[in-house]
Design a protein around this ligand. Structure first.
Ligand code: ZN
Length: 294
């Protein structure tokens, strides 16, 4: 009887210990899973935190995302017509389309960088010709190449916001427009220590919502007057002809960071326009000189 009772007690103790051990193992595994998933979900930048807070779908293969990534290329005339139509309705946004026609100033702007290979070459050419320019950079590219952004600032150039993912802002749901602009702005502020105040919508694609969001976030939307279509690599001669035939006082030239032909043709464009008496200024200086008050 005694033996059997102590056997039972022993069995009960062994069972209890097994249950406790089992529970401990389960708890340990659960904790590990939680810690791992928390570590995985933890955003590693302010920009990503902003996107997470907005439930931004990011790089997923959403339909809107695929659509929004397709390059849009608005013509200068379309943009001017849009601006005039807004003005006619009494809507006036902080848009800067060209500088003063009375001043022999040109603002040269480089979009879509920074590019690890081409941006340093562009900076070297600009330095050689003592030209100050404006770079409209993509947040996700800037985030992985902060030294290039710092080099642009150190070279006396202006750096503007070109969204975080380079999406066409009229093609994503309205609630994400501000997130795209904000996330890029946060990257730039972290790198340069100062908030950016110039913004260019990818492809020049904007509407009232985009303008309102950009303005509310403290930006002036900067468009352009001259677009030689360099991103399509039409050939050095075509780029030169398209630019040099038309560019005028207060012109804002749109070219890109990641194009070999742009690098090839840039020195001759700079020296030709300088020989015609033009001064190259940043968009900031052009705005100031033209008396634009935003
Ligand atoms: Zn672009």
């Amino acid at each position: 009887m005694n033996n059997s009772s102590s056997d039972n007690q022993r069995r009960a103790r062994v069972f209890r210990n097994s249950v406790v051990s089992f529970c401990l193992v389960v708890a340990a595994i659960a904790t590990l899973v939680l810690v791992c998933s928390a570590a995985k979900k933890k955003p590693n930048s302010i920009a990503q935190q902003t996107m997470m807070a907005a439930n931004y779908p990011g790089n997923d293969a959403d339909k809107f995302w695929q659509h929004a990534k397709k390059e849009v290329d608005r013509s200068v005339n379309e943009m001017i017509a849009q601006d005039h139509a807004a003005l006619a309705k009494g809507i006036r946004f902080h848009n800067f389309i060209h500088g003063s026609p009375a001043l022999k100033e040109i603002a040269i702007t480089f979009d879509d960088g920074p590019h690890p290979q081409f941006t340093p070459q562009l900076l070297a050419i600009l330095k050689q010709y003592d030209v100050k320019a404006t770079f409209f950079v993509v947040g996700e590219k800037a985030e992985v190449a902060p030294d290039l952004i710092r080099a642009e600032v150190a070279g006396g150039h202006s750096v503007g916001n070109h969204t975080y993912h380079h999406v066409s802002l009229t093609k994503i749901p309205e609630e994400y427009v501000a997130t795209e602009i904000k996330a890029c702005g946060e990257v730039l502020k972290k790198i340069t220590g100062k908030p950016a105040h110039l913004f260019r919508p990818p492809g020049g694609d904007y509407d009232q919502q985009v303008s309102m969001d950009a303005e509310a976030l403290g930006y002036t939307t900067v468009l352009w007057t001259d677009d030689p279509g360099d991103y399509a690599s039409p050939g050095d001669k075509v780029i030169k002809t398209r630019l040099l035939d038309k560019v005028n006082n207060g012109g804002i030239i749109l070219i890109h960071d990641g194009v070999q032909q742009t690098i090839d043709v840039l020195p001759s464009i700079l020296s030709y326009l300088k020989s015609k008496g033009y001064t190259f200024v940043t968009v900031d200086k052009m705005m100031k000189d033209s008396g634009a008050r935003f």
